[in-house]
Ligand binder design. Structure first.
Ligand SMILES: *[C@@H]1O[C@H](CO)[C@@H](O)[C@H](O)[C@H]1NC(C)=O
Ligand SMILES: *[C@@H]1O[C@H](CO)[C@@H](O)[C@H](O)[C@H]1NC(C)=O
Length: 368
């Protein structure tokens, strides 16, 4: 209870101060210019009634088919050029560099939590200790990155182009000699799409199975609400197309698996780490074909077994199908049964999961 009461204080502190700049890490702003066609997303949301209607539309058994098409009405005929000043954290001085992309209803704090006892869940600390440089960032629309339009800017292919821009930044400005992309959830799709377009040296996917078959329990179970009315203090400046979970327990259902996590950790993610996502992000992902077979880099799929959105709550017998997706990769390894739910980094197994990632990357030449 005490911890729960303290959380608003942490939340206020986290908003007021940038992450403490340790010897290795600094918060930076990276302007990225992208030029991409935009989907015309028709799911305009003004309140929670609209969100309930959208939830039904996206979770109908015939969703995405002709009776219930995606809420998209074509795309712009030409590319739309935008510059976003991305909020990022850079740790280390170059060399082998990991570029991290977080998932939806998350922020870059997913990789770098700060609460009493958070050390074992801190991917960035573990990566820095292993000798890597690390670039993490808030996706556009999230946290320290600019607020963007939830329908016209926050789209999958735009976010893929942003990541490609960040990889270019790592190589040209941050002295990266090798780059591995590490994604979680929606960030794994972004990382895969980027790795199919540009050369990288490794691809690590978590909260990912390569199939959208289990999105409905996630979309329904998250009990999505308009973020600005859900928490005006934190999110009053976002447009009404930004969504978040209804409460701590809805978020726990989609992101955690008992008994493999501490309740206080789920409280931290709900109260501090989580940030809303934009309604344009899901249909634009579903409407994009990712050319997985173009990915040459070695791929590591690392899964908590009990992941709802990736596997419908059991990854055994699902994640093995990634063998049929990454047919052009130099190597594919997968783990389908870590004792964890979707938020792998916040389960007790996190330290072992981190070491597995570093071992895989080292084995394939991305090593300090
Ligand atoms: C849901 O689908 C119906 C048609 O079946 C459509 O009229 C409505 O606008 C959709 N709602 C949202 C919020 O996408
Ligand atoms: C994955 O495992 C399931 C269940 O054992 C099986 O039905 C399926 O054929 C396997 N897929 C591949 C590509 O081996």
């Amino acid at each position: 209870m005490l911890f729960n009461k303290l959380i608003p204080v942490f939340a206020a502190a986290a908003q007021a101060l940038p992450q403490p700049a340790s010897a290795h890490c600094r918060d930076i702003q990276i302007p990225i210019t992208v030029s991409q066609p935009r989907f015309i997303v028709t799911a305009s949301l003004k309140d929670d009634w609209d969100v309930a209607a959208l939830t039904l539309n996206l979770t109908r058994r015939d969703s995405g088919h002709s009776a219930d098409p995606l809420p998209i009405n074509g795309a712009t005929t030409s590319s739309v050029k935008s510059t976003y000043t991305v909020g990022a954290t850079l740790c280390g001085n170059g060399g082998p560099t990991l570029v991290l992309t977080h998932g939806i209803i998350e922020s870059k704090l997913y990789w770098n939590p700060s609460f009493p006892g958070s050390k074992q869940y801190n991917f960035i600390d573990a990566a820095v200790a292993a000798g890597y440089s690390v670039l993490s960032y808030d996706r556009i629309g999230v946290g320290s990155s600019p607020k963007v339009n939830s329908l016209t800017d926050a789209q999958f292919q735009v976010e893929v182009a942003v990541l490609e821009g960040l990889v270019n930044y790592a190589k040209t400005k941050a002295h990266a000699t090798k780059v591995a992309l590490v994604g979680h959830s929606y960030g794994s799709y972004i990382s895969s799409a980027a790795a199919s377009n540009i050369a990288v040296d490794g691809l690590v996917l978590t909260g990912f199975s390569g199939t959208f078959d289990y999105f409905p329990p996630f979309v329904a179970g998250a009990s999505l609400r308009v973020a600005r009315t859900q928490n005006p203090l934190r999110w009053g400046k976002l447009d009404s197309g930004y969504l978040t979970t209804a409460d701590l327990y809805a978020e726990t259902y989609v992101y955690y698996a008992a008994p493999y996590f501490e309740h206080s950790v789920a409280e931290y993610t709900f109260n501090v780490g989580s940030e809303p996502f934009a309604v344009g992000e899901l249909p634009s992902l579903l409407a994009t074909t990712i050319n997985y077979k173009n990915i040459k880099a070695p791929v590591y799929v690392l899964q908590g077994q009990f992941d709802v959105s990736a596997c419908g709550g059991n990854c055994v017998g699902v994640v093995n199908n990634t063998k049929t997706i990454f047919t052009g990769s130099k190597a594919l390894e997968y783990v389908e049964d870590l004792p964890a739910g979707h938020n792998l980094n916040f389960h007790k197994v996190a330290p072992q999961a981190f070491q597995k990632i570093f071992s895989f990357l080292s084995k394939h030449g991305v090593k300090p």
